[in-house]
Design a binder for this molecule. Structure first.
Ligand SMILES: NC(=O)c1ccc[n+]([C@@H]2O[C@H](COP(=O)([O-])OP(=O)(O)OC[C@H]3O[C@@H](n4cnc5c(N)ncnc54)[C@H](O)[C@@H]3O)[C@@H](O)[C@H]2O)c1
Length: 329
């Protein structure tokens, strides 16, 4: 059974390939209704100078009781996990990056995000509003684009507290068959892009007295798969440079951690469905037996971006449905 077939016959976790396509294609669906609702409330709250979170908003904590003055409808004001933070996120036009952008705004952050898909990026930014979110064309392999993205963040929102290095690409091909140009391009986007991102934010974060960098690696940052030598090399590289950066930047109050998702329903995953991988074996090896929605990774990324993870740096955080917990027998 191929990965493609596995999409169509998932034993648990709901949808098959068609639904997976719909979830990604619909965009909003890939973020889940929780984020959509949170975003609407966030917009209302910011407009009114305070943030109201209704009790129906799943997955939030930190309620603060408030007294009179908010009107009869208000029972409390919730502090967002990222209230007051300013974040720069790469690859935010679709997939997990888009989910991170929306979730960060819903959690109280103001966000600048970059991508090379300008129409999609601008659409996502428009939906959130210019007071909370800005889009910029940014190829993560370009130093000039990084300088422009950092400058826009500071000009617009006054500082930079969080960087999420999310942009990435994947291509399948055995070592024997893959052209060198493909190997180089994957390393260039995934590894060099991440390194350039860290390099670009050290100065503003140091000036601000600290910050948090979250680098998106993969389960392929721990293990190899046939046909994924380039992708795996790039994701191991991210894991390694995360630890080196944590050692260098702790003295400035900058924390650096890596996130390692497993199988998440995005364009990248659906485009990989034709790779010929054994989808049944993949599913069997995964204790949770389902693909993740992007927002399930956003929750972890937001935690690492927030002060709640203040004692974590140089660490690896898996969100993989348990696939790396054992060999699958
Ligand atoms: N989907 C998964 O199952 C999975 C699993 C583990 C890790 N990841 C990683 O998560 C991250 C997000 O992946 P996704 O699944 O959302 O993929 P995706 O393809 O849906 O989104 C990736 C985004 O990065 C952007 N991008 C590509 N090259 C770029 C460049 N040079 N500069 C700026 N932006 C660029 C794309 O335009 C796209 O918007 C990637 O780093 C990926 O390797 C994904």
């Amino acid at each position: 059974m191929t990965t493609k077939q596995a999409f169509g016959s998932r034993p648990r976790g709901g949808a098959g390939r068609e639904v997976a396509r719909a979830a990604v294609g619909a965009g909003r669906g890939s973020c889940g209704p929780t984020v959509g609702a949170g975003r609407r409330r966030a917009r209302r709250g910011v407009g009114a100078g305070r943030r109201w979170r209704g009790p129906g908003w799943v997955g939030v904590g930190g309620w603060r009781a408030v007294g009179a003055g908010l009107g009869g409808w208000a029972k409390g004001v919730r502090m967002g996990r990222l209230d007051g933070k300013v974040a720069l996120i790469t690859g935010g036009a679709r997939g997990m990056g888009k989910s991170h952008v929306r979730h960060f705004v819903a959690e109280g952050a103001r966000v600048v995000f970059g991508d090379v898909l300008d129409d999609r990026g601008q659409y996502v930014a428009n939906g959130l509003g210019a007071d909370l979110c800005r889009y910029i064309h940014q190829d993560v392999t370009s130093e000039a684009d990084w300088a422009a993205a950092v400058a826009l963040t500071i000009e617009t929102f006054g500082k930079l507290d969080v960087l999420v290095n999310n942009a990435g690409i994947i291509k399948f091909g055995t070592i024997a068959e893959m052209p060198l140009a493909d190997f180089r391009s994957i390393l260039e986007v995934n590894a060099v892009g991440c390194w350039l991102g860290m390099k670009s934010v050290i100065e503003p974060m140091t000036k601000a007295g600290g910050g948090a960098i979250v680098n998106i690696s993969s389960i392929e940052g721990f293990t190899g798969a046939a046909g994924l030598s380039a992708y795996s090399a790039s994701k191991f590289a991210i894991r390694g440079m995360t630890k080196a950066a944590a050692r260098e930047l702790g003295q400035f109050g900058i924390r650096v951690n890596s996130v390692h998702p497993g199988a998440v329903l995005t364009h990248m995953m659906i485009d990989s469905a034709d790779s010929g991988k054994d989808g049944e074996a993949f599913m069997k090896a995964m204790p949770l037996g389902r693909f993740a929605q992007p927002v399930e990774i956003s929750h972890l990324v937001a935690y690492l971006a927030s002060d709640e993870s203040s004692y974590s740096t140089g660490a690896e955080f898996l969100a993989d449905g348990g696939i790396l917990s054992g060999p699958g027998y």
